[in-house]
Write a protein that binds this ligand. Structure first.
Ligand SMILES: Nc1ncnc2c1ncn2[C@@H]1O[C@H](COP(=O)(O)OP(=O)(O)OP(=O)(O)O)[C@@H](O)[C@H]1O
Ligand SMILES: [Mg+2]
Length: 359
């Protein structure tokens, strides 16, 4: 699957910008503040129905305009045809359409148009709190499985209800219903998450990074003791949860421990090496999404060269492009990313294509 064409109107500094990337490796160049990240945001909106940077509409709608729109033509070899996607955000409402038909939920779009966004924040997942690592797994499943999103919504609702009862000091029998619901939903989500983790783990196991950095491994803990099981642990943690006023076990507490030579990577490897590691994990995610959906996700890679020397940068580009799908990289100048420049004829200078006002 690849983008044949993208038009964004009133997205941040981009009044109107049109871009027809090639099916393989692409490079978007421009000075600081010229709109490179905004253009990637436009591609991601045509996949997720929302920005990957902000949930606040006034942040992303161009100042002084009433709303924004993103239109994309996408070639899907599996379906043997092009599809048109439109995402409009006007007065706080999001309208998504595919081939002119309104789409009620962004998850339908996400499955049809899978993308992976790798920006400077991506490497932070190695060092920051577990929610970033959980979010990466959840975003991946968002492109794969409708059921996953529905399970999550139901899980959150059950969690709210259980926490409310805990805060009210309700007796343990009152939470039995919600324990059962949480256990069923939590185990289903855990099974899906485990598949994503296995894909990342397989990619790491086969990676040359093990020779460079030392033996790498991933361990996923679901947020409860597997031996005891989630149902039993919910039951046995009731007293502690009542005192805390919230549910202390469950998939909302899961974590992904990424280790090098048995120790947390954050302590063993540098920021640049971490970026290479994250590129490898993302390659695992791309393979997983392609295997599950039959669609190779589009890589949107912002500022890859920041913090990387030429050698690591070239290795990261190899890892990202090796699966052969469409990749859109950004850099200030083509010379910042020689490994990309030599793989593409298609350098898009964003400031040359920015129109002053939308049509
Ligand atoms: N809602 C908005 N309306 C108008 N302009 C905006 C809005 N939000 C951000 N901007 C401007 O858009 C530009 C954002 O550009 P963007 O982040 O895409 O640049 P960039 O080319 O990625 O730069 P860098 O190389 O520094 O990463 C900035 O100049 C910013 O001030
Ligand atoms: Mg940028």
């Amino acid at each position: 699957m690849h983008f044949e064409f993208l038009s964004v109107a009133n997205l941040r500094c981009l009044a109107l910008t049109e871009y027809a990337p090639g099916p393989g490796v692409n490079l978007v160049c421009g000075a600081n503040g010229s709109g490179k990240t905004s253009l990637l945001e436009g591609f991601a909106m045509a996949s997720l129905g929302r920005s990957f940077l902000s949930n606040t509409l006034s942040d992303i709608v161009r100042h002084g305009s009433g709303g924004l729109s993103v239109r994309a033509r996408i070639q899907d070899p599996g379906a043997g045809r092009s599809m048109t996607v439109q995402v409009r955000k006007v007065r706080g409402e999001t309208e998504i359409s595919m081939d002119g038909e309104s789409v009620p939920s962004a998850s339908t779009l996400a499955r049809a148009v899978p993308t992976l966004v790798m920006n400077s924040k991506a490497a932070d997942m190695l060092t920051e709190n577990p929610s970033n690592r959980r979010a990466l797994i959840d975003r991946t499943m968002f492109h794969v499985e409708r059921r996953y999103v529905e399970h999550w919504k139901a899980y959150r609702q059950a969690l709210r209800q259980r926490n409310e009862l805990l805060r009210q000091g309700a007796p343990s029998r009152d939470v039995v219903f919600w324990d059962e619901r949480l256990a069923t939903l939590g185990e289903a989500i855990d099974a899906d998450r485990s598949r994503v983790v296995d894909a990342m783990s397989d990619m790491l196991a086969g990676s040359a990074l093990n020779d460079i950095l030392g033996t790498l491994s991933i361990r996923y803990s679901p947020g409860w003791d597997r031996e005891m099981g989630y149902r039993e642990q919910l039951r046995s943690s009731w007293q502690r949860d009542s005192q805390a006023g919230y549910t202390t076990v469950g998939i909302h507490r899961a974590d992904l421990a990424i280790r090098c030579e048995g120790r947390a990577v954050a302590r063993r490897i540098s920021r640049g090496q971490g970026k290479l590691l994250v590129a490898t994990l993302y390659a695992g995610l791309a393979k997983f999404i392609a295997g599950e959906t039959g669609r190779t996700p589009v890589f949107l890679v912002d500022d890859l060269h920041a913090e990387l020397d030429d050698k690591l940068c070239s290795q990261a580009v190899d890892i990202i492009t090796s699966r052969g799908g469409q990749c859109i990289f950004t850099a200030i100048r083509p010379s910042d990313l020689p490994a990309v420049t030599e793989r593409t004829d298609d350098v898009f200078h964003v400031e040359h294509h920015r129109a002053a006002s939308p049509a």
